[in-house]
Design a protein around this ligand. Structure first.
Ligand code: PEP
Ligand code: MN
Length: 264
């Protein structure tokens, strides 16, 4: 993430079961995605909502990786979860609600896996960059920022995607910046256009929630796109990415680069 190529991350909001996750993993892989997402530890507003499968969810994600070859990113909610996530995952997600959880950020700075840091929904750009600095200051330099929408007076969407943050952040830092149109909008009909916009504005990638049966999702069903819609989305985003000379990372390109020892 952060090189010449645009990266697509897709997967369910939450790991609900082995079948659900493997199904989505196979389909997002076939659609051309580069990374699988899925929460095993879910930060839910309501304590009675599905909280995630915990370590069992991480094992399911690892199985999906073994089958598809897709690396995965998943959220660590607390210090205990961070140890587990670091052990199983390819990248550690720190969620919007934890963007200023300084003990967690410090611990992520000691981790030996890349960190994807999501912008808090009330956080300024400066606060986001200083939160990233906590991780960098610990010696972990592999940090990806994620714009996922902020709280505004919008009455049509869950949050407001602050696309201007992408070039503004990139002017101030070398860190890659990706966009999450799913949490930004809360509406699956907005996910494709906002994904195209993410590529147009110079984002380094997108992270999209995908579900085999969004109506039955245990978490964030209204914003999940179907696996078919995700496939169309990748094609459409690819066209915009080409137009701004940040083409989607192709499987052949990746193989060739890995063969000469480069790292993405
Ligand atoms: C997520 O991506 O799973 C998530 C919970 O997002 P956020 O922290 O941005 O709300
Ligand atoms: Mn979600």
């Amino acid at each position: 993430v952060g090189g010449r190529y645009f990266v697509a991350i897709g997967g369910p909001c939450a790991v609900e079961s082995r079948e659900q996750t493997l199904f989505v993993a196979r389909r997002v892989k076939a659609s051309g995605a580069h990374v699988l997402r899925g929460g095993a530890f879910k930060p839910r507003t309501n304590p009675y909502s599905f909280q995630g499968l915990g370590e069992e969810g991480l094992k399911i994600l690892a199985e999906a990786r073994a089958e598809t070859g897709l690396p995965f990113v998943t959220e660590a909610l607390d210090l205990e979860g961070l140890e587990l996530v670091e052990r199983y995952a390819d990248a550690i997600q720190i969620g919007a609600r934890n963007m200023q959880n300084f003990p967690l950020l410090r611990a992520a700075g000691q981790a030996r896996k890349p960190v994807m840091l999501k912008r808090g929904f009330q956080a300024t750009l400066e606060e986001l960059l200083l939160a990233a600095e906590y991780v960098l200051a610990g010696g972990n330099f592999d940090v990806v920022l994620c714009e996922r929408g902020i709280r505004t007076f919008s009455d049509f969407s869950r949050n407001t995607l602050d696309l201007g943050l992408v070039p503004a952040a990139k002017a101030l830092t070398h860190l890659p910046v990706i966009v999450d149109p799913s949490h930004a909008s809360g509406r699956r009909d907005l996910v494709v256009p906002l994904s195209r916009a993410a590529a147009a504005v110079g984002g380094d990638g997108i992270m999209v929630e995908v579900h085999g049966d969004p109506g039955c999702a245990l978490c964030d069903g209204t914003q999940a796109v179907t696996t078919e819609a995700f496939s169309t989305l990748v094609t459409e985003v690819g066209r915009v990415a080409d137009a701004v000379d940040r083409p989607l990372l192709q499987p052949e390109t990746r193989r060739r680069k890995v063969a000469v020892g480069q790292f993405f």
